[in-house]
Design a protein around this ligand. Structure first.
Ligand code: KG4
Ligand code: ZN
Length: 378
């Protein structure tokens, strides 16, 4: 429908330069340029390399998204951007680009929370989120259970990991098993050949007196490392696929059990799962079975929309326009530790993790945006 908001979303919190264009709940373009291969030999994301790659990819990726969507930049109703949390320098490139385009096009700017975007993206697949929404958010940096009445303004954490995030555990276990980086997808693939019941790895914080909605994956990661080390020391072959499958089973068991309990306890009849780990095939299957048994409707976006992308930012930007939220001021800053409760960043004063305008690419991007738009004609 032509009267639905048309928003361009920019995501640069880690190693994906994502630009999405969404009209209402319809995805028109989802352009992603990843620098993941540049980081692989370091065994993890190198922030400086990520920032530089964002800077190089930004304008071409925006152009590609506009071409794919078949819309003119001047038709947009707003520009949304991940303001945090994430890598400081990487975020700054996206925020600078969003400001440059919003300024050049005279469009409203919406600085939004990466974590809320991971939830809102499901609107592109399953329609608008119900109120309240129960969300299990599992990514490389976060694992939490969130209850949201309104995804643009009210996200309440019920529980979160007290140590490692689920994705972090996947990445670390992959390293122990020599499977490379990033760990999640390769552990997922390797686990398909293994027996999930081969090794009984611990289920963190699952005791009777443990906090019911919090998670802990650090002990599990250590248990896997010790188990593998003992095998190697004994000169025995490590059954990689069985270790991967048993580890994955332990993670997904705890995540889905606690998520279903949170739904039941709070009288919520559906569950949304978002974030990179939501791409995990075993997590999706186990959640499907357990939700079905509990009479809970499951909403999980397709794997490509679970990992970082610009479409999720655009989806949340659309919701901001729909709900009439105040656009961000042009002194919007990136906040590497933006709390999950701050869904929308309307003004500059956003706390301790602030990163000022800095000099990473702002002037450069403004010039590029200006040129890409035909010297301001856009
Ligand atoms: O949401 P995301 O793309 O970036 C962050 O915001 O962190 O999540 C990245 C995390 C990484 O730890 C990655 O290993 C994990 O998601 N991941 C997976 C899978 N695909 C990505 N974990 C398990 N199974 C997967 N298929
Ligand atoms: Zn993410």
């Amino acid at each position: 429908m032509a009267d639905e908001p048309l928003v361009l979303g920019i995501e640069t919190s880690c190693d994906e330069t994502g630009v999405g264009i969404v009209r209402g709940t319809t995805l028109l373009a989802d352009a992603v340029a990843s620098s993941v291969n540049d980081h692989a030999r370091f065994g993890g994301v190198v922030p400086e390399i990520a920032s530089r790659a964002h800077l190089e990819a930004m304008v071409p990726t925006i152009q590609r998204a506009l071409d794919t969507a078949g819309v003119k930049a001047s038709d947009l109703d707003g520009i949304a951007v991940t303001a945090g949390p994430g890598l400081a320098g990487a975020l700054l490139v996206g925020v600078s680009a969003a400001k440059a385009y919003a300024w050049a096009l005279d469009k409203p700017l919406y600085g939004v929370n990466h974590l809320a975007s991971h939830i809102c993206v499901d609107q592109l697949e399953h329609g608008r989120l119900p109120s309240p929404t129960m969300a299990l958010l599992v990514s490389g940096g976060h694992s939490s259970l969130l209850l949201s009445e309104d995804i643009t303004s009210d996200v309440r954490p019920l529980g979160a990991t007290i140590d490692d995030a689920a994705g972090e555990a996947f990445d670390k276990v992959a390293r122990v098993l020599g499977l490379g980086f990033p760990g999640g997808p390769v552990v997922d693939r390797t686990a398909r050949e293994g027996d999930p019941r081969a090794i009984a790895f611990p289920r963190g914080l699952s005791g009777r007196n443990d906090p019911e909605y919090d998670f802990s994956f650090s002990g599990l990661k250590t248990a896997v490392a010790r188990w593998v080390e003992a095998k190697r020391r004994a000169g025995e072959e490590v059954p990689i696929a069985d270790v991967a499958a048993s580890f994955q089973e332990a993670v997904t068991d705890v995540l889905t059990r606690k998520a279903v309990k949170a739904c039941r306890d709070n009288g919520v009849d559906h569950l949304m799962i978002g974030g990179g780990v939501a791409a995990n095939s075993r997590l999706r299957e186990m959640a499907r079975q357990r939700c079905e048994r509990a009479g809970i409707r499951l909403r999980v976006p397709r794997p490509g929309l679970c990992t970082d992308n610009g479409a999720m930012v655009a989806a949340l930007g659309v919701e901001m326009v729909w709900r009439g939220r105040t656009p961000s001021a042009f002194d919007l800053s990136a906040d590497s530790s933006l709390p999950v409760t701050d869904v929308h960043v309307p003004a500059a004063d956003i706390g301790h993790g602030d990163i000022g305008h800095g000099d990473i690419g702002h002037g450069d991007l403004h010039g590029q945006a200006y040129e890409a738009l035909g010297g301001g004609a856009g």
